[in-house]
Design a protein around this ligand. Sequence first.
Ligand code: HMG
Ligand code: MG
Length: 296
Amino acid sequence: MSDQVRIVEVGPRDGLQNEKTPVSVEDRIAFVKALVGAGLHTVEVGSFVSPKAIPKMMGSDQVFLGVRDLPGEFHVLVPNEKGYEGAKAVGAKVIAVFASASEGFSRANINCSVAESIERFKPVIERARADGIRVRGYVSCVLGCPYDGDVAPQAVVDVSKTLFDLGCYEVSLGDTIGVGTPSKARQMLRAVAGSVPMPKLAMHFHDTYGQALANLYAGMEEGCRVVDSAAGGLGGCPYAPGATGNVGTEDVVYMLEGMGIATGVDMNKLIAATNTISALIGRPPVSRVASALNAK
Ligand code: HMG
Ligand code: MG
């Protein structure tokens, strides 16, 4: 597996949206700058969602404006046309819509059924395409739902294919509550790759049960080459009780470099970025590599 893997750093959005301590706009901008300086050039920096639903992401417009001229690609989450207008107004070039493979999570997260969410995304994707804005699609709960339990791979296939057919350039498969194991992750990816080409799929695995790296490796064996991760393993999910953060970027980088896959990430700079944000939120990073290197 000596080829390239693209890392999508989601710490400033997926991570910080669910930390107890809010982080100011200035500190979020500094965090993104530090991540870019460490060599992470695709960063999800915020979301244009209801501030009542996700107060920690307030000011995402300012964060975006503060980083948009850095060398990189900066993504923002958009749940509906109102969010789209906000993202467009600040000049976003890439947005992400987010659907779920399970009904329970869809209701809790965005207050509508899966089918209704797709209807909501249609005009967003159409407008984005007309405006030259690229759209990434997320599918949550691909390996289990905190409300509905097991999720059939076919449900994941159906939503992924719908998002891809609507025009998403990439579909990111979210193990929102980190319950997957390698064989299940492999089976799910194989099923989805039957309907959406593997190069258009990304793995977005939370690490609640400590399986994320193993699941990523299994997915890489299947041919998937895009990995979402969060510096320090920040975060969780506000609508997935007990869920912890995404797989830590340090852990992903360490594994890839150890496999001979160059990431272009400077580990020392990444750890420095992680330590700074960890000090701001008042807890040590949970990623294993950050803990190990900090103990040296
Ligand atoms: P709703 O209550 O059904 O929507 O929420 P609404 O249209 O009736 O609006 C309610 C209020 O929200 C109104 O304000 C709207 O103006 C406002 P009020 O009149 O009450 O003052 N509003 C907005 N404000 C700012 N920006 C907007 C916006 N839209 C409406 N775009 C809604 C539906 C989708 C808006 C809401 O449920 C929401 O914002 N949810 C966000 C959920 C979220 O961000 N979850 C975390 C991200 S998803 C995730 O983490 C999973 C992922 O990482 C993958 C994985 O791990 O699986 C991506
Ligand atoms: Mg997530």
